[in-house]
Design a protein around this ligand. Sequence first.
Ligand code: GTP
Ligand code: MG
Length: 195
Amino acid sequence: LFAGPSEFVKGVVAMSGLPAADRIEVCFAGRSNVGKSSLINALTGTKGLARASNTPGRTQEINFFTQGPELYLVDLPGYGYANAPLKVVEKWQKLLKQYLSGRQTLRRAFVLIDTRHGVKPVDEEIMKLLDSAAVTFQCVLTKADKVKASDREKILTQVRGALAKHPAAYPEIVLTSSEKGDGIATLRAIINGLL
Ligand code: GTP
Ligand code: MG
């Protein structure tokens, strides 16, 4: 896995548009701007595969990317603040929730948390939803390059504390920087281990 290229398959705006559930999936969820699309680009080594931008609300559909013959990487719209009209945001949120709780082939959800900010109430909501749907989720801390090594321990402690409340949480936390490449090989190995 992660030896060959990834390809964009489709962007989905309704559950009826989901591709056939014939591959294992992992998805990347998190607040707007946390770095979901950038992480997919780093994992696949393909700049510009998933569209990233500094404008929160960049990803507006559920985007499916292949990796190898048996895996989809799934880029999700962000939750929380997005630079888009409320009605539109509500539509994405509904789809996001339907997807997270209703996709048979979803093997693991990666919940991305900004290393500078830690777990916020909206993250807790998503974690609760994943608990209810019995979807195992794992926390990935993003943008680690923006936080001094000496300050990271405090955030790790906060995130560990938050995860302890969630039965669907996988305990290992992965610290990453899509910019510098930290943690990317670790995350690839974790995804490999799910196949
Ligand atoms: P939405 O699709 O809007 O929900 O955002 P997203 O979670 O997909 O975030 P995206 O990948 O578009 O990144 C948001 C911004 O953060 C961009 O300007 C990225 O360049 C920046 N960014 C992402 N990852 C990193 C990182 O590891 N380090 C740094 N310094 N910046 C990052
Ligand atoms: Mg995005």
